[in-house]
Design a protein around this ligand. Structure first.
Ligand code: G1P
Length: 302
């Protein structure tokens, strides 16, 4: 039986320049989908996957994340006095099942570097990495699906999705061994990794399997990342650390069953907003009526 996954790491030190000016004084992780900050979707996924210990890698200007996952004493007593039990329950739920630790990245030196700064908080055990930008609606939760695969294969598991050719340069791309339509012995959607390359040009990509923001890693990723050189942009890439680790042990990818939204760009964010609004019983019907009433030619030249 593989060692259980107890900790989930959330890199959250990025500057969020794509969402300026919204992110000038507010972390991008706190942008809201309906009524929940983006990072809370990922944190709830971890908790629902049986992983309540959260490590968030933050940086300057990210205090709102710490406040969000802290107990809000004044707010709770205000809601209590007013008898607003539903809202009180909702905000207590955020903190009750969690154990959150923070570590600062200091300099934005890449995703691999963000994982490295959490080395001491993780220690000598396997752990999950969740990139909050990728919000995944799935049942069972995406991380739970990955943990099940990890327990079966007993090694690192990286979530992937087939991405359109034009999007290849935005992803880590993975070449896999052919395991047949049914995935062979490894099971549906699971493949052994042959190679990984961070954000290749379309013509250099070994496949269209793009890494999405979920990883189950083992502690040997830390020495691999320490030995990984910075890339042209001065960043240490997690993909390059994994490529190095591949020399020493097998790695696996898993195609998650669920709907994934990339909220890290404006169009993906807007799609996610509509998607999650339509999943809310109190909003779905009036929101659908509103959407149908829109003149969708607005702004389009005819
Ligand atoms: C990161 C990883 C990349 C991965 C992507 C998934 O890139 O470096 O390999 O495909 O997340 O969202 P970023 O989107 O942070 O530039």
């Amino acid at each position: 039986m593989a060692t259980p996954i107890r900790k989930a790491l959330f890199p959250a030190a990025g500057l969020g320049t794509r969402f300026l000016p919204a992110t000038k004084a507010q972390p991008k992780e706190m942008l809201v989908l309906v009524d929940k900050p983006i990072i809370q979707y990922g944190v709830e996924e971890a908790v629902q996957s049986g992983v309540p210990n959260i490590v968030i890698v933050t940086g300057r200007g990210k205090n709102a994340i710490e406040d969000h996952f802290d107990v809000a004493v004044e707010l709770e007593s205000f809601l209590e006095q007013r008898g607003k039990t539903a809202q009180l329950e909702e905000i207590r739920k955020i903190t009750r099942q969690l154990n959150v630790a923070y570590v600062r990245q200091g300099e934005p030196l890449g995703l691999g570097h963000a994982v490295l700064v959490a080395k001491n908080l993780i220690g000598e055990e396997p752990f999950a990495v969740i990139l909050g930008d990728d919000v995944i609606d799935a049942n069972p939760p995406a991380l739970k699906q990955m943990i099940d695969v990890y327990q079966r294969v007993g090694g690192p598991v990286i979530a992937v999705e087939r991405v359109p050719d034009e999007d290849i340069p935005s992803y880590g791309i993975v070449a896999v061994e052919d395991s047949g339509a049914e995935g062979g012995d490894l099971g549906r959607g699971v493949h052994r990794v042959k190679d990984l390359v961070e954000k290749p040009r379309r013509e250099d990509a070994p496949s269209n399997l793009g890494i999405i923001g979920r990883y189950i890693l083992t502690p040997d990723i830390f020495p691999a990342l320490e030995a990984t050189a910075s890339d042209r942009t001065g960043e240490i890439q997690l993909t390059n650390g994994l490529r190095r680790l591949l020399r020493e042990r097998p790695l696996y990818v898993y195609e998650i069953e669920g709907v994934r939204h990339d909220t890290g760009n404006k169009l993906g964010f807007l799609k996610a907003l509509v998607y999650f609004a339509m999943r809310r019983p109190d909003l779905a019907e009036p929101f659908r009526r509103y959407l149908e009433s829109l003149d969708l030619k607005i702004g389009v030249e005819t």
